[in-house]
Design a protein around this ligand. Structure first.
Ligand code: DBV
Length: 254
């Protein structure tokens, strides 16, 4: 299983490794199979910084799939101490009444940006959202009150977020490191546990319903790929062509 072994990441001191390991442990109760990622996107390296002080920036991709889940993929970006990203999306098959699972843990020289959500394919549809939100909202209020708000999100992004969107920005310091290990990490574990419970409980829906969910999923994935906030950064490191292919054909490939 070339895509799903930790050693494929080739990363030194990746800040989000404990989160990644938690995630792999949590999903390992499912019967996991490989999800193929083209070689050019499994591991990519570039040098940024100044000629005198070059900084190596690596981007690794890990992916798998399992029963009811079309794709789970993690984009891991690492560059010295000041750039570290774990972007995770779990995309369910469209014949299950399931949201997406999304996590965006971003450390950049100007601070941390931390986002976690169970994101709806059909936000205005209570059949799709009620069961999820009833269980998600208590988790959200428990953890968000321990975090400063991340600020508002663009109006056009609202259809794709749940009211349980956990979202904060933190400065780079030791206090934030403590918040990341004492708040963000258990919150991530609990959000993912809830998601796993929803997967286990979900049953196949009718073909008609599946088509409706598919349309919602396509709008979500198109939005994410069109507005990917990492586009500028990745283009700077790896060029536009590689970045466009990575975003459209690997990260958001529905
Ligand atoms: N975001 C991605 C992918 C990334 C990635 C695939 C490979 O979707 C990283 C990496 N996100 C990334 C980076 C930034 C953000 C910002 C590098 C900083 C961009 C910058 O400051 O230049 C959550 N991520 C953001 C922002 C939001 C999210 C709201 C701020 C956008 C802005 O300020 O313009 N991304 C968004 C979200 C999920 C997500 C809710 C799922 C939970 O993945």
């Amino acid at each position: 299983m070339r895509n799903s072994s930790l050693s494929d990441l080739y990363l030194d001191a990746w800040r989000w490794e404990p989160f990644f390991i938690d995630m792999v442990k949590q999903i390992s109760l499912f019967d996991i199979s490989p999800y193929s990622i083209p070689k050019d996107f499994l591991y990519k390296k570039a040098f940024a910084g100044s000629p005198k002080k070059p900084v190596e920036i690596t981007t690794s991709t890990w992916a798998c799939k399992f029963n009811k889940i079309r794709q789970i993929r993690v984009a891991c970006v690492q560059g010295s101490d000041s750039i570290s990203v774990m972007n995770l999306v779990i995309s369910p098959l469209n014949n299950y009444e399931l949201p997406f699972f999304g996590a965006d843990f971003v450390t950049l020289p100007n601070g941390h940006l931390l986002a976690l959500d169970l994101q709806p394919a059909l936000k205005m549809d209570p059949i799709h959202t009620n069961k999820v939100w009833n269980k998600l909202l208590p988790l959200h209020s428990k953890w968000q009150q321990l975090l400063p708000s991340g600020g508002s999100i663009p109006k056009e992004a609202e259809p794709y977020f749940s009211p349980g969107f956990l979202w904060t920005r933190l400065p780079l310091n030791q206090e934030s490191d403590t918040i990341i290990s004492d708040v963000i990490r258990p919150a991530f574990r609990e959000y993912l546990n809830l998601y796993i419970e929803l997967i286990k409980a979900s049953k196949a829906v009718s073909d008609e319903r599946a088509l409706k969910i598919l349309k919602g999923q396509q709008l979500y994935i198109n939005y994410r790929s069109k507005k990917d906030p990492a586009r500028a950064m990745l283009s700077r490191f790896y060029g536009e062509e590689w970045t466009e292919n990575y975003i459209q054909k690997v990260l958001f490939d529905l």
